[in-house]
Design a protein around this ligand. Structure first.
Ligand SMILES: Cc1ncc(COP(=O)(O)O)c(C=O)c1O
Length: 423
């Protein structure tokens, strides 16, 4: 029996479903990781996979990037938790304010879910209104405010039990890429505190904003005094140093970050306009707190990550985009050679394939793609030493560590997988 299978059987006895986050499970059992370096992950069975999950986008510089791990190691000897402020926290906040267009102030937290939960509470405290608008297929974490028609793992199961109806009744959901639907929802609902959105949907597969759409969202929210929150947990420091707001030239009122900020270390942030951020306790009346916020090891890792990204911004982002473009071009070519219908959406260092010939521009069109075929693709790629997120409703990530050679191997693996699926 494979070691991963043995470990999964053992895990199931003490960990619900055998995994600590539902997206990690796939049939019949997931492989267990032993180590990772660069673009590769090594399993408990000593197999090496070329990784395109990359911590669901967190590993922007690749696994075990030495400047980041060295910074974390150095901090380990100087203390792992103080629960009093440190100079490094100011430095990190200053760095974020320098590169993120909307960031006038920053509050550090630990996870993306925590960041979006508090950003929404902040918008409610600032506007003194209750309702939240989110988009179909948008994922903002696993808390009650946002678990309605959500993407990621939540897209593959019925609405979660245990979510308070009283909380979700204040969350309205509208289709993405449809400015008129957003305008109607806001006009009908004068109690709207905020619109929270992934500027690029990355949790229902990958879905890009149509030309001018984000500008429209900004205009509509501004005209109606509704706080606009960009959830940049995926896009932050990945699409560009200043995230999607730099990439598209749009300034939201608040933005949330996690994943790439720490290149694999647990850290997240809420950033935004001073007049809103000042509502946070102890500056203001909105309570938010956390024992681990500003954890010194994660802060050291994040400073090293941002220093690396900022220091080589003109080579890192173009290199990741080039590698991604090459892979996407190759996949399209392999699709047509195999005479399979498919659409590949991509932007920067992110891509995803849908088995449909239709344009995928929102949740409804993403759901029309052949997810069963995607599941077969996942299995066939795994057999060819390629690990992509197991679900259609996720995104593949290229890191700075992915090489041209990796791109060639990837295209070849997709080509072979397509031929197998076709049979
Ligand atoms: C856009 C987005 N927001 C929020 C979250 C939640 O972040 P976390 O899993 O760190 O709580 C995720 C996680 O995948 C995400 O993709």
């Amino acid at each position: 029996m494979a070691k991963s299978e043995q470990l999964f059987n053992r895990a199931k006895k003490v960990v619900p479903g055998g995994v600590n986050s539902p997206v990690r499970f796939y049939d019949p059992y997931p492989f267990f990781a032993a180590s990772a370096r660069g673009s590769r992950m090594i399993t408990a069975d000593n197999k090496t996979y070329l990784d395109f999950c990359m911590g669901y986008g967190a590993m922007v510089l690749g696994h075990g990037y030495s400047a980041v791990t060295d910074a974390a190691k150095a901090q380990l000897d100087n203390g792992t938790l103080f629960c009093v402020p440190t100079e490094r926290e100011i430095k990190l906040a200053e760095m974020i304010c320098k590169v993120v267009p909307c960031a006038e102030m920053v509050r550090l937290v630990n996870t993306g879910s925590e960041a979006t939960m508090h950003a929404i509470r902040l918008a409610r405290a600032f506007t003194k209104k209750k309702d939240v608008i989110k988009f179909e297929g948008g994922y903002h974490g696993a808390h009650d405010y946002v678990l309605a028609k959500a993407g990621s793992g939540a897209a593959s199961m019925p609405a979660s039990e245990g979510v308070l109806e009283e909380a979700s009744s204040h969350t309205l959901v509208v289709p993405y890429n449809d400015p008129a639907a957003l305008e109607r929802a806001i006009e009908k609902n004068r109690a709207c505190a905020c619109v929270i959105m992934e500027p690029v949907l990355a949790n229902i597969g990958l879905v890009l904003p149509e030309k001018g759409y984000l500008n429209e969202v900004r205009k509509i929210t501004e005209q109606n005094d509704v706080v606009l929150i960009f959830d940049e947990v995926v896009t932050g420091f990945r699409l560009e140093l200043g995230g999607a707001s730099e990439f598209f030239g749009i300034r939201p009122d608040l933005a949330t970050f996690a994943k790439a900020l720490g290149n694999g270390f647990p850290i997240a942030a809420i950033a935004g306009k001073k007049e809103i951020m000042q509502k946070l306790a102890p500056a203001g009346p909105m309570y938010q707190a956390s024992t681990f916020a500003g954890n010194p090891v994660s802060v050291a890792a994040s400073i090293a990550t941002l220093e690396t990204l900022a220091g080589a911004k003109n080579s890192i982002y173009p290199k990741m985009a080039r590698t991604c473009d090459e892979i996407v071009g190759g996949i399209r070519d392999m699709l047509s050679r195999a005479q399979l219908e498919g659409t590949v959406n991509s932007i920067g260092s992110m891509f995803q394939l849908f088995f449909t010939s239709d344009k995928v521009k929102d949740e409804a069109s993403a759901r029309k793609a052949n997810a069963a075929m995607f599941r077969k693709l996942f299995d066939e790629l795994l057999k060819r030493d390629l690990f992509i997120p197991p679900s259609q409703f996720e995104t593949c990530f290229v890191s700075y560590a992915h090489s041209e050679d990796d791109a060639d191997k990837t295209i070849e693996a997709y080509g072979e997988a397509f031929r197998r699926i076709k049979k």
